[in-house]
Design a protein around this ligand. Structure first.
Ligand code: UDP
Ligand code: MG
Length: 341
């Protein structure tokens, strides 16, 4: 176990405006860490296929500071996979995940480190309030954490994002979870070990705009629920049972009516209502099954999670990915190819 190495992992997608503001703050914190706690701090930026000047900026940062490393993915894979790539390439000590936009203040890192030193494996920041975010985002986020908390058997702390420190053994555990649909908050919760929350105020973005619109967030929520709960499938069963019960009672009533009063044909409106209702219920159930089936299909293809385009410095901060990090032969070969190029 390495107790004196900490790598700050930052996923960045089109963050050319924010990074120049963030890096000096991180550098100052790393200076303080080595001075006060004897911790060898590094930064690893993951460029998630940005199309602005992010990579050029990162190259300059790597050249300017030996503690900075950067890697670039072959295209935009999304934040969860960019983080996975970064965490896979931390080869010793603990990792701390930070957003590139300054919403998670780097100045809090020493508090996280203190908890890590006390022996915690997963130190996560819990948001007391979210500044600079609209009521719609805040209320939907609030509702989402409550729903997933109820549905999932895995403990997922509420109002907790990706701002967290993971010890070496937590990282090793996380690397064993190679699913394609990665809901990171759930994966962190699944790992368990000793965890503790640090309350903090989430600041507004320092620059640029959020990469997540409401539609993306909705899909993210679906991802979370389907990855960590099969409750919706059970819901389909109950919906079917309830419908069947009502239908049975209604059928008895129709038969009784015909026998007692000789009232043969129920009207067209009732028939349409029943057909449409049953059709709707069946489609909902099919859709629910489809959500899971589609994910199963994605998993069964066994593609690598991400591809690395290039890494800086060529040897150094993030020299070798740990053996557990690979997703099989194909990815290692592809990575080797892109690096030797
Ligand atoms: N991000 C990423 N890939 C993406 C989208 C976002 O790596 O496809 C990064 C982004 O650069 C930032 C973090 O994920 O560091 C959080 O994104 P953002 O601030 O847009 O999300 P929000 O804080 O609004 O939820
Ligand atoms: Mg943000």
């Amino acid at each position: 176990m390495t107790r004196d190495r900490l790598t700050v992992v930052v996923a960045a997608y089109n963050e050319a405006d924010a990074l120049p503001l963030l890096q000096p703050r991180i550098a100052a914190v790393l200076d303080a860490l080595v001075r006060d706690a004897g911790i060898d701090g590094r930064v690893l930026y993951v460029d998630d296929g940005s199309c602005d000047g992010t990579w050029a900026l990162l190259e300059a940062m790597v050249a300017a500071d030996p503690r900075v490393g950067a890697m670039r993915l072959s295209r935009n894979f999304g934040k969860e996979l960019a983080l996975t790539a970064g965490l896979d390439h931390v080869d010793a000590g603990a990792a701390l995940i930070l957003d590139a936009d300054g919403q998670d203040p780097p100045e809090l890192i020493p508090q996280f480190v203190a908890k890590w030193r006390e022996g915690y494996d997963d130190v996560h920041g819990t948001r007391m309030e979210r500044e600079g975010e609209g009521w719609l985002k805040r209320s939907t986020a609030h509702a989402f954490y409550r729903v997933i908390g109820r549905l999932s058997k895995t403990p997922i702390p509420a109002d907790t994002g990706d701002f967290r420190l993971l010890s070496e053994r937590s990282l090793a555990a996380l690397r064993q979870l190679r699913e394609r649909h990665r809901f990171m908050k759930g994966l962190f919760g699944w790992v368990g070990y000793r965890h503790v929350a640090i309350p903090y105020h989430r600041e507004p973005r320092v620059a640029g705009a959020s990469k997540f619109n409401l539609w993306k967030l909705w899909n993210f929520a679906l991802e979370g629920i389907t990855s960590f709960s099969t409750a919706p499938l059970r819901l389909a069963t109950y919906l079917g049972l309830a419908t069947a019960t009502v239908a049975f009672a209604y059928a008895l009533w129709v038969i009784a009516k015909a026998l007692l009063w000789g009232d043969p044909v129920a009207g067209w409106p009732t028939m349409m209502a029943v057909i449409l209702f049953l059709g709707g219920v069946q489609l909902i159930a099919l859709g629910l099954i489809g959500e899971y089936l589609g994910r199963l299909y994605d998993e069964s293809k066994q593609r690598p999670l991400y591809l690395v385009d290039s890494r800086l410095p060529a040897a150094g901060v993030c020299s070798t990915p740990s053996p557990a990090a690979g997703d099989g032969h194909a990815q290692r070969k592809a990575a080797a190819r892109s690096e030797s190029a």
